[in-house]
Write a protein that binds this ligand. Structure first.
Ligand SMILES: C[S@@+](CC[C@H](N)C(=O)[O-])C[C@H]1O[C@@H](n2cnc3c(N)ncnc32)[C@H](O)[C@@H]1O
Length: 283
């Protein structure tokens, strides 16, 4: 069902027929994991502690966690990792193992991602984790109720146009409830609707400079310490209609309903249009 497709950095990704989107940017799956998720959440710095807790939302092929784990144990081989992953479709992680996409990773990480793909809890040397299968809007409640709290959260759904369910204020509120006061959340998206939702749930946001691609990502935390500030252009983007967030009060609506609800709000909004903003910031 999923077939490897090459990206510019030599790593492979898959394409989803269901969502009509690639799992990674064409610039590279490995590069994206490193520059959009692992570096902005300061995994290397956090790994100097005794333990590190990590929540990987939309685990997919597993790149973000695989790169994070190798980074952690390169810095501190003794670090105990407490890990939770959320994923709808186990076939994705199974296919990643079948195609041996983690050939270049350490043997320890290769073993762990193979175990994760079975869907069974994984408890081995310095690693304890479980992949929760199903709609993340439901499994996130299980994580919250278990008392698990994360120092780093990777938020990697398909784009808001394809998968608005996982970018709503209500879902991000659940995610924020799992983040520790000093923790960091990172996502590849710089959509104003996503950034404003993160702010609405009480997080400070910063920009992740684009590496090898056009758009920046977003890093969020309850603490504003060391967050790379948004540019003036990005700040002004948050004053436009583009910043009207997605809503899903019951956490059960389908994509079409969520998109339609937001479109209606955009339509009647008195905020500046995104076209006007773009005219002021053509580049
Ligand atoms: C952009 S890909 C993630 C790539 C992944 N982080 C990686 O490193 O390979 C998005 C993932 O979200 C999953 N997904 C889509 N809808 C979901 C939902 N409602 N709950 C949980 N996972 C979902 C898809 O199956 C897909 O694996």
């Amino acid at each position: 069902m999923y077939k490897p497709q090459p990206t510019a950095d030599g790593s492979v990704t898959f394409y989803s027929d269901t969502f009509g989107e690639s799992f990674h940017s064409r610039y590279g799956a490995n590069q994206e994991a490193e520059s959009k998720f692992v570096a902005p959440t300061q995994i290397a710095r956090k790994a100097t502690g005794k333990t590190l807790s990590l929540l990987d939302i939309c685990y997919g092929l597993g790149y973000n966690s695989a790169v994070a784990l190798d980074t952690i144990w390169t810095v501190n081989p003794e670090c105990q990792v407490e890990w939770v992953g959320l994923e709808l479709d186990r076939a994705v992680c199974e296919a990643a193992i079948e195609y041996n996409i983690f050939e270049s990773r350490s043997s320890r990480v290769r073993e762990i991602v193979s175990e994760i793909a079975t869907g069974r809890p994984v408890n081995c040397d310095r690693f304890s984790g479980k992949l929760l299968l199903g709609d993340a809007r439901e499994t996130i409640a299980t994580v919250l109720n278990s008392g698990f709290r994360a120092e780093a959260i990777f938020l990697d759904p398909f784009s808001p146009q394809r998968c608005p369910q996982l970018w709503t204020v209500e879902f991000l509120q659940q995610v924020a409830n799992i983040l520790t006061p000093s923790g960091r959340l990172a996502t590849y998206s710089c959509a104003a609707a996503v950034r404003s939702a993160l702010q609405l749930v009480g997080l400070n946001i910063g920009t992740i400079a684009p590496v090898g691609r056009r758009w920046p990502g977003t890093v969020a935390s309850f603490s504003s310490i060391d967050l790379p500030p948004l540019t003036e252009k990005e700040r002004q983007h948050l004053q436009t209609r583009a910043a009207i967030p997605y809503r899903d009060r019951t956490l059960r609506d389908d994509a079409t309903t969520i998109i339609k609800r937001r479109a209606e709000e955009v339509e009647t909004s008195t905020l500046e249009s995104t076209t006007q903003w773009k005219r002021r910031w053509p580049n």
